[in-house]
Design a protein around this ligand. Structure first.
Ligand code: ASP
Length: 340
């Protein structure tokens, strides 16, 4: 047992954070403030969120600022540099939810760099929750968001041309596990060079005041049908927050997540007393129970935090990881446990 005196000694040797990492591995958290987000891109996103959280900022501001980093990265899974739909056009989905149950989202928005900020404006400035397509873009422009050029990034263009050779339209989601290189329709992997391979960043945070918020932003599945919306802009599917309980977000095959109202389910399971990881696991089991074959062919990952600052994640297939941050020197990846 580590008492206060020995902890102070460890700290003076610079080993305090090491102890906390070990403690964390055993207990899966219990820290405030804390932020977690999906995939390796989450490390940079967490950094931006942490700057706000450590200065006693609001979780809502943290989760917006965090995922904006990923949206702005042209060489990434999210934002305007990402894969287009099968007609060659990048369409983006995003959602955000605060500690008061307020929420906003945009679906299939084009030529806007920061859909998450438009989602926040929908939440704060309209009587609605969701705006899609042309209307969402019109609202964004009226709010002063610049219209970016309609142009694929070099990487996305290369990827799209490759896809067009076969133009197959079937889900290929479990890239991490299959060893398959390159890209397919619905594939979260785009290139062989390992630069990135996922299409969504979801982030949930607990701030110093004890409030929870979340955000989720994506280009959706690469080479999706034009007009397709995934789980990410749907409150209760890709993102859900309840300040009495905690928050959850999702990545992977959005259709599977929507079918079980995934993140709402995770939060309700935490309300019943399940720890975040167990709640995520139960939700994954629900997907499997509904349709074993479909679940086996797909990837879905959930992550969640509760009001105590405990965190967890669970997924269908191996390969899903998430970034956890509760200190300047505590921002690290965790491999989620998996069903298959
Ligand atoms: N969940 C996203 C969607 O279905 C995609 C992903 O997370 O890779 O649009």
């Amino acid at each position: 047992m580590l008492n206060r005196k020995s902890f102070l000694q460890l700290s003076s040797l610079g080993l305090g954070s090491l102890y906390f990492s070990k403690l964390n591995a055993a207990t899966r958290g219990g820290f405030k403030p804390i932020v977690i987000s999906t995939w390796a891109e989450g490390i940079n996103a967490n950094k931006a969120a942490w700057e706000i959280l450590k200065n006693k900022g609001r979780a809502l501001d943290a989760v917006e600022a965090g995922v904006m980093v990923t949206e702005a990265s042209q060489n990434c899974c999210v934002g305007l540099g990402a894969n287009p739909d099968r007609d060659g056009i990048v369409t983006l989905d995003a959602s955000i939810m605060d500690e008061n149950g307020n929420c906003g989202s945009v679906g299939a928005i084009e030529r806007i760099k920061h859909p998450i900020s438009v989602a926040r404006r929908v939440m704060e400035k309209t009587p609605h929750v969701m705006l899609v397509g042309q209307g969402a873009q019109q609202f964004a422009v009226a709010e002063g968001f610049p219209l970016e050029p309609q142009k694929l990034s070099d990487d996305a263009e290369r990827s799209y041309k490759e896809w067009l050779k076969k133009a197959e339209y079937k889900p290929v989601i479990n890239i991490e596990n299959s060893g398959q290189k390159g890209h397919g329709p619905f594939a979260p992997t785009r290139f062989d060079n390992g630069d990135w391979n996922h299409d969504t960043i979801g982030m949930v945070a607990l701030d110093a005041m004890g409030n929870v918020s979340g955000s989720c932003t994506t280009s959706g599945m690469g080479f999706k049908m034009r007009g397709r919306l995934g789980d990410s802009p749907i409150i209760g599917a890709g993102l859900f927050v309840d300040n009495e309980v905690g928050a959850a977000t999702a990545t992977g095959m959005g259709e599977e997540v929507i079918r079980i109202c995934g993140t709402h389910l995770v939060v309700e399971l935490m309300r019943q007393g399940y720890k975040p990881e167990d709640a995520c696991k139960k939700a994954v089991e629900r997907i499997v129970k509904k349709n074993y074959e479909r679940a086996k062919a797909n990837q879905v990952g959930f992550i969640a935090i509760n009001k105590k600052g405990e965190y967890g994640g669970f997924c269908l297939q191996s390969g899903f990881n998430f970034a956890v941050c509760y200190g300047d020197n505590n921002n690290f990846m965790v491999d989620a446990k998996h069903y298959f």
